[in-house]
Design a protein around this ligand. Structure first.
Ligand code: ADP
Ligand code: MG
Length: 248
């Protein structure tokens, strides 16, 4: 492991994703590289269909690239078998989706404690889930199921589920996309607050330029390619330097 990868929570090198067959191939992602230092934040922006969700899915190891690699804390995600990858996801990654993705038949408490059950480890999942729900302002609503919670409340449950395992890396795909502006703003404040408190690294897909500007760096996609990189921390989203292993 190089000293370069040591300080990055996540590195993506030359990610490509092609779909379709030889007759109609579509490059959904074309040579996308990025890196985010530990504790830093990166916003991914770009028009609908530019490949943002596909990229986030690859960073989470939920989908396989056609080529390229992803390093999480220096670990090559796609060199792991599926079990090991799922284990890394459960213990080191949190994911927040636009449409919440809560389990409908479980109450808020068990949606959150399930993440701890899957991650394993010491401690009491139900007690920790209860504490986390209180921190996101849902104390007293632990036993409500998603169907009787508002959109904002459901996304708070999803934030509690994502952060309860204290993941080093938090991936969020348009987390305010299904919320009204005021509710979305409160959810975002909570997300940044939890990120700060836990010192986690954040990769955030958003349509909101103001929100993107709050991240350390911004990566803009267009038609699957990197159109622009910017942000306060010049180094934060630069492509990873080619290493011997990527050249060999
Ligand atoms: P975004 O999140 O930026 O809106 P997506 O990553 O969801 O974009 O999708 C990028 C493009 O790739 C879209 O045109 C989408 O239709 C296409 N796409 C994604 N996955 C597949 C797939 N498995 N098969 C065919 N097309 C796909
Ligand atoms: Mg998307």
């Amino acid at each position: 492991m190089s000293s370069n990868s040591d300080q990055n929570a996540i590195v993506a090198e030359h990610l490509c994703k092609t779909v379709g067959d030889a007759g109609a191939r579509l490059a959904v992602l074309d040579d996308v590289s990025l890196r985010v230092p530990r504790g830093g934040s990166l916003a991914i922006v770009g028009p609908s269909g530019s490949g943002k969700s596909t990229l986030l899915g690859l960073l989470a190891g939920l989908d396989l690239p056609s080529s390229g690699r992803v390093l999480i804390d220096g670990t090559d995600l796609f060199a792991l078998d599926e079990d090991a990858r799922a284990r890394l996801r459960a213990t080191r990654l949190g994911f927040v989706f636009q449409n919440f993705q809560l389990i409908a038949h479980l109450d808020a408490l068990h949606n959150v404690s399930l993440a701890l059950d899957i991650a394993g480890g010491p401690g009491s999942p139900l007690r920790e889930a209860r504490e986390m729900l209180a921190r996101v302002g849902l104390g007293g609503r632990e036993h409500r199921k998603p169907g009787v919670l508002s959109g904002g409340e459901q996304q708070r449950v999803a934030l509690a589920r994502a952060f309860v395992t204290r993941p080093g890396l938090l991936l969020a795909d348009e987390p305010t996309g299904n919320l009204d502006a005021a509710t979305g703003a409160r959810v975002i404040e909570l997300l940044f607050e939890l990120q700060r408190q836990q010192g986690s690294t954040l990769v955030l897909v958003t349509h909101d330029a103001q929100l993107a500007a709050r991240c350390d760096a911004v990566l803009e996609l267009q038609a699957g390619r990197v159109l622009h990189r910017g942000g306060a921390s010049a180094a934060a989203a630069q492509p990873a330097e080619p290493t011997e292993s990527t050249l060999s």
